[in-house]
Design a protein around this ligand. Structure first.
Ligand SMILES: *[C@@H]1O[C@H](CO)[C@@H](O)[C@H](O)[C@H]1NC(C)=O
Ligand SMILES: *[C@@H]1O[C@H](CO)[C@@H](O)[C@H](O)[C@H]1NC(C)=O
Ligand SMILES: *[C@@H]1O[C@H](CO)[C@@H](O)[C@H](O)[C@H]1NC(C)=O
Ligand SMILES: *[C@@H]1O[C@H](CO)[C@@H](O)[C@H](O)[C@H]1NC(C)=O
Length: 604
């Protein structure tokens, strides 16, 4: 997986600063997938690059005779550098990319990025390693912001956060901040992977805050969580106000406003903290909420503004059953994909998604059956409609899923965990979608992977791998295969290209060795996991069912050659050319430039 879908969403939705300076020693694909949280738009997503430190810059050459004379490789390397496709490597482009990164990192203002603006945040508590745990333990509700002083998005949040702290002064909640650049251990303990990261602690348990970064939103969000969670409705006007103003409400029609029924309801409300819970004993109010005033109490109803507006609860009146009912029914049958709805999809506890792609002029034809099908999968699958002719967010998501044209196309997606996709085939009818959804839940569908067309000829030194010939080339048990996963726009990939071509040229006589590359933006394969571009993987012959080895040697011909000599299942040796060409004066510079890129990686 090059990117995950929710990660894509996050890039649309959130502004974050990267942490790469801070935790450069922690490299995992999970982290890499968070690196991009700070990109604001897909344009930025496609344009910028960030540095990923490599874990190890040195290669263990123990198995390779160190005295092997490899100078001929370097010399040829220098020589063929001249007139090689080096022009592809456009320094200016790369600078531009980093320019974008900087701007994004530090916000759009002209502020000196390292100068913290003056903010009066006297009501924001400063926490450090030494007093963090005690403080969290002794305060029931604490919001904590992990920030980096240099991060523009944190600077933008600071005055809002300070104002929220002041407004909430006297309530049962404290707003605190931790400078993650100083409190490294704390930031690690709380898995801080971008700035700002805001958590809300309730009795020591934390949950992320993903709401808007302004005072109003923070205050409203917090008030909801520190309030009683369950409110009385006694007046008709009050009931009317609630029904018109709130998007999702639960009403319990009880025998009494105090006692066990009310307690179960209050407990359920704490488990579903994005829905407002009310209780009443007034039959007229129950009626307004579409309950039969004569119904046996306790009764409960969930009312939302979207399709299928009313859901009646018919389970046992205990907190778990109520909470499950609300969980299954609170999401709209179909979520229309927008910037605003993104978080409800991706922060949902339901991870599996079924996405309908269609342009707006044909959507009305397909949405009704799609929506009808959704009723069978409440609480198990999220149904999302993506308007492909929306260039702002619909098109990028369609591109991510490899969907072209106006649709309709339906794709099931397992979410971020393994990122598998399944393509719906046939007419968009209720029964077919239902069968598709069932097959998806039971894991009976065949996954789909993006692929360019298989190239007609493929006899260059570097073999072209696409999704659909991956098995044939990369998983061929008789070959040792080195695979570069690149992106056309990636500067580091372009810088690597001449070296990679030279390596392939040197090794082309060796039958058991394949040097290959794959455009990771248009091709996918479950065995081609990459956490950025370029990713270089080695698949040893005779051992293709194991995970490949990630190659992180220096990006020079010699280093690659030594790596291959060490790891290839089928031993090989290059014959030194009879008369090695003389090195050009540029040899040295060419070489050092390439190795300086060894720890650089563009990410998507
Ligand atoms: C925690 O410790 C730091 C440094 O000693 C101090 O500045 C801060 O005020 C303390 N916070 C609380 C809530 O005691
Ligand atoms: C609801 O009413 C009951 C009974 O009057 C009262 O005990 C309780 O505190 C009220 N709850 C809220 C949130 O006001
Ligand atoms: C819908 O709009 C697209 C352009 O977005 C157009 O290509 C297509 O022909 C239209 N389809 C219908 C049925 O009008
Ligand atoms: C295959 O790869 C695994 C994991 O890298 C390794 O433990 C094993 O020894 C390899 N087997 C052979 C036959 O090379």
């Amino acid at each position: 997986m090059l990117t995950s879908f929710d990660f894509l969403f996050n890039t649309i939705k959130y502004k974050h600063c990267s942490d790469s300076d801070l935790f450069s020693f922690r490299v995992s694909s999970k982290m890499a997938s968070f690196r991009l949280l700070f990109a604001i738009s897909l344009v930025a997503l496609i344009l910028f690059a960030t540095l990923t430190p490599s874990i190890s810059k040195t290669t263990k050459n123990d198995d390779v005779e160190d005295d092997e004379d490899l100078r001929f490789l370097e010399e040829t390397e220098g020589k063929s550098d001249v007139g090689s496709p080096h022009s592809h490597f456009n320094e200016e482009d790369e600078d531009d990319q980093y320019g974008d990164l900087d701007e994004d990192d530090f916000g759009d203002s002209d502020l000196d990025p390292y100068k913290e603006p003056e903010v009066d945040d006297k009501d924001v508590v400063v926490l450090k390693q030494g007093n963090f745990s005690d403080f969290i333990e002794n305060n029931k509700f604490v919001m904590v912001e992990f920030y980096a002083p240099w991060c523009g998005h944190c600077q933008a949040l600071a005055p809002e956060y300070a104002a929220a702290a002041t407004e909430l002064k006297g309530e049962q909640v404290v707003l605190a901040k931790v400078d993650a650049t100083e409190e490294n251990d704390l930031a690690q303990e709380y898995d801080v992977q971008g700035f700002p990261t805001v958590y809300f602690f309730v009795d020591g348990e934390h949950k992320p805050y993903h709401g808007a970064r302004n005072k109003e939103a923070i205050v409203t969000w917090i008030k909801k969580r520190i309030g009683p969670g369950l409110y009385n409705v006694t007046a008709i006007e009050e009931a009317e106000r609630i029904l018109t103003s709130e998007a999702k409400v639960v009403l319990g029609y009880l025998n009494s406003l105090v006692g066990p029924e009310s307690e179960e309801l209050a407990a359920a409300s704490r488990l579903q903290d994005d829905v407002s819970f009310y209780q009443t004993v007034n039959p007229d109010i129950a009626k307004l909420f579409h309950l039969d005033p004569q119904v046996k109490r306790p009764a409960l109803v969930l009312i939302k503004k979207e399709a299928e507006k009313i859901n009646h609860f018919d389970g046992q009146f205990v907190k778990t059953a109520i909470s499950e009912f609300v969980f299954s029914n609170k999401l709209p049958l179909i979520t229309i994909f927008t910037r605003e709805s993104a978080s409800s999809v991706f922060e949902s506890d339901v991870k599996k998604q079924v996405l309908l792609f269609a342009s707006s002029n044909i959507s009305e034809k397909y949405i009704p059956s799609f929506q009808e099908a959704a009723k069978f999968f409440k609480g198990k699958l999220i149904f999302v409609y993506v308007q492909v002719d929306n260039d702002d967010f619909g098109r990028p998501v369609a591109d991510y899923f490899g969907v072209t044209g106006d649709g309709p196309k339906i794709i099931a997606y397992t979410g971020n965990e393994d990122g598998r996709k399944f393509v719906f085939d046939g007419d968009v009818t209720l029964n077919k979608i239902k069968a598709f959804g069932e097959g998806f839940l039971e894991d009976k569908l065949k996954p789909f992977y993006k692929s360019d067309p298989i190239p007609e000829t493929n006899d260059g030194d570097v073999k072209i791998v696409v999704g659909n010939n991956f098995d044939a080339i990369v998983l061929d048990e008789s070959k040792d295969v080195l695979l570069e996963i690149y992106a056309p726009w990636c500067g580091h990939c372009q810088a690597l290209e001449p070296t990679y071509n030279k390596l392939a040229k040197h090794l082309r006589g060796i039958d058991t060795l394949v040097i290959a590359k794959m455009d990771g933006t248009t091709n996918e394969h479950p065995r081609a996991k990459s956490d950025g571009f370029p990713t270089i993987l080695f698949f040893p012959a005779g051992n293709k069912s194991f995970d490949p080895i990630t190659v992180d040697t220096d990006r020079t011909v010699v280093a690659f050659y030594k790596f291959l000599r060490k790891h290839a299942s089928v031993p090989f040796k290059l014959q030194k050319p009879v008369s090695a060409p003389k090195g050009e004066p540029e040899t040295k510079t060419g070489e050092s430039k390439e190795s300086s890129n060894a720890d650089s990686k563009d990410e998507l």
